[in-house]
Design a protein around this ligand. Sequence first.
Ligand code: PXP
Length: 238
Amino acid sequence: MTKPRLHVNVDHVATLRQARREAFPDPVEWALAAEAAGAQGITCHLRKDRRHIQDDDVQRLRERITTLLNLETSLDPEMLDLACKSHAQAFCLVPENRQEITTEGGLDVVAEAARLREAIPRLKEAGGVVSIFIDPDLRQLDMAMELGAPFVELHTGAYAHASGPAQTAALERLARAAAHAAQIGLRVNAGHGLDYQNTTKVAALPQVEELNIGFAIVARSVFVGVARAIGEMGKLLA
Ligand code: PXP
């Protein structure tokens, strides 16, 4: 078992910048500091409402980071077109709802099968590795496989927000989903809501290749700086 790669989501550095519509703090500079501290990939989500990451950020990240850019995108035609032009090395298809504070659930690949059947080959053609952000549900995994996605990113939010026996049950669900995914030939990433308390058990799932973590690391960096925030999380993945 190798430890998963740490991919860091920089959306909430942009959230802080957009709170004042200033030029700082710059998510690109933060991403470079994260890479220098050991982040193995940078993730961002260009939302249709542009609440945090802006179009220009995606381009600047792609030009300046030296690991890889994982761009989260919805199936909205405008966003998909932008993703295809972004030259990102990885894409994660996510659901998007304008009212939500953050991505709330996984993408329903069964309901969205028709749009995914078009989107996945387009994104592959654009040169990126494709994953679909889904709940740890076996039927969703089977459909993701059928649609030709090489990767899924398992939504860890239900686990992250639970406690006690409910959290243990949610972890078991993630473990079953990860094992099923590997058995049917899907590769597995995971993320959402992971923090300095709950990450270790997800990182220990043997099939998980990459964790996408944003909010907790950005929040911690306010107190201890980017290098320490990344370093502390990196140790939890070991
Ligand atoms: N993975 C996906 C697909 C997401 O949409 C998000 C949130 O943007 C994350 C991971 C990171 O979640 P968090 O910011 O809670 O760590």
